[in-house]
Write a protein that binds this ligand. Sequence first.
Ligand SMILES: [Zn+2]
Length: 260
Amino acid sequence: MPPAAHCSDAARRRGDRPRPTARRSNGRPLGHRIPRLGQDRLGRATRQGRLLMPPLIIRPTVVPFVTAWSGEHLGPESDLTVQLTPGPRLGYQAPRPTDRDTAGALWARMTHSPGTGRPIYDSMHVARQRICMYSMKCQICGNPASRNKDGWLFINWRRPWDPPTWPEGSLTEQPPLCEPHARMSVEQCPHLARGDYAVLRVQTPRLWGISGTNYQLTTGGWHARESNVMVPYGHVGLNAVLASRMIRELRNVTVIDLAK
Ligand SMILES: [Zn+2]
């Protein structure tokens, strides 16, 4: 395993010790929430736990397109503001056209400089994950993902909160793959070697929603409350979440054997 990212970007910005950022709130959960804690708001591993859904890792031969680099940084929380639409929602003080996706979710900003510093194999870059998931690009090379009569090519591994119908109906933050890189992932990725996974053709990879950091509006402005909150598109809770991953629901799946 490559070394995990041991501190959050917020902690790095502050120059202090990392603190657990994934905390259970007393409020009602928004949509779904990943049940394991121990990540910063981008899904990077913290000292409290291991990453839930890292990119498919090909180290050391390839750095996946979606992998974040140590020279890439999140924008400061001071960029955030309260927008009245007419109800309050999370926004940026200086909005950009790419801040929101087509469903209206607000996305975290992150500098884009792949190749700067060292690759953080346990972390996906916010915008590159979003691009691959939305546009169905291969998460390893960034080229179009494989699609045939049975559907798009995904690799999905079973997690404790998956439905009993797994892999049918599972939610994934893992973008699809081209066929050569799906084969390479199966052969080389240490995460796949450890887990219960399936290579899938997916007829209906439905855009489901996002995961990100849930903010609470206080008299002093927005206060980050809980990370790794999964919120479906159309849910009112999107107004208070800063997205860092796009999620698809895998419907009409066929388990395949790439070796054949
Ligand atoms: Zn590829």
